[in-house]
Design a protein around this ligand. Structure first.
Ligand code: MN
Ligand code: MN
Length: 317
């Protein structure tokens, strides 16, 4: 189903360091562009880190991801999937944040993604911190709670920070459960590790039946085994995939605000996405890429590569 109008610029035609860097060199199709009606998968930047509790910088993620994504070619080197031929993809631009107002930004994001959903476009987002996922879920879960697979070294299931603040990048999935945006029985968090404040997040997960697979369990059982469990839990219903780049070991992905040692290497980081078998992905994101902490650009390139793997899963073919 190759559609010439939605092909990325090839490095064989224009060197990859040249041109305006959209996501994966795709055409830019804004929400007011009539071509939006033809788009099936929209790549979106969410340049906002207003939920960050420690080291900020993920607001620069979309710029870094777009630039790094110009290195990506049209065909998956492992699966041979050619996502831009299997689905009409475009860069829908950035959702505009209000850096001075957290609640206003979340309202703007939800409205943006509601328009995306109404156009029949499945969003693939480059963040931004992990709070960005909450307004996305609010827009996408209108038909009922979603399943979710979360790659992360943190649960982001805490109730509040700093004496009652409910909206930070450490709380989005507590809110998502409370608001009925995700069905805990169909949610799996993978890769959790590091030091902890307490067990409040794990206790909450257990109380609602949300499955946490620690990194220790991943290393014990292997990636294929835990991914089979996560996919089985998600089942055949609509499912969101959220990928916090701090899931990956900081030796290969240091460009993030809250690194934790002991995660997967770069190959494993990409391979787990290829293990999303049979999952009905209605949207996905890669969040917490913070280019200021990795001037080499390596973390952004890995994040863009994870986005490409997610795109291949979403496009099928
Ligand atoms: Mn996270
Ligand atoms: Mn994290």
């Amino acid at each position: 189903m190759t559609d010439a109008a939605f092909q990325p610029v090839s490095g064989l035609d224009l060197p990859r360091f040249a041109g305006i860097p959209t996501f994966m060199r795709l055409p830019h199709v804004g929400l007011d562009d009539p071509r939006l009606a033809q788009v099936q998968i929209g790549l979106i930047g969410a340049p906002w880190d207003g939920g960050t509790t420690n080291r900020a910088g993920a607001r620069h993620g979309p710029r870094g991801l777009r630039d790094a994504s110009t290195m990506i070619r049209a065909e998956n080197g492992v699966t041979r999937v050619r996502p831009f031929e299997a689905a009409r993809c475009a860069d829908l631009g950035d959702v505009a944040p209000n850096p001075g107002d957290l609640m206003d930004t979340m309202a703007r994001m939800e409205a943006f993604y509601a328009r995306v959903r109404a156009s029949g476009v499945r969003p693939l987002t480059g963040g931004g911190d992990h709070l960005c996922t909450l307004p996305i879920l609010r827009a996408l879960a209108k038909g009922g709670p979603l399943g979710m697979i979360q790659f992360d070294s943190h649960t982001d299931l805490f109730d509040s920070y700093f004496g009652g603040t409910k909206y930070t990048h450490g709380t989005p999935f507590r809110r998502a459960v409370e608001e009925g945006l995700i069905d805990p029985a169909r949610v799996t968090q993978i890769g959790i590790r590091g030091t902890a404040y307490d067990r409040e997040d794990w206790d909450f997960a257990a109380s609602v039946g949300l499955r946490i697979i620690s990194m220790a369990e991943v290393w014990q059982r292997g990636f294929a085994d835990v991914m089979a469990e996560a996919c089985a839990r998600a089942g055949s219903g609509d499912t969101y995939v959220t990928y916090d780049i701090d899931f990956v070991d900081p030796s290969v992905a240091p460009g993030t605000g809250t690194p934790e040692w002991g995660g997967p290497n770069a190959w494993q980081a990409l391979e787990v996405v290829r293990m999303l078998e049979g999952v009905r992905i209605v949207g996905a994101d890669v969040v917490e890429v913070s280019p200021p902490f990795d001037p080499s650009g390596g973390t952004a390139y890995l994040g863009a590569s994870v986005m490409f793997e997610l795109l291949c899963q979403m496009a099928g073919g």
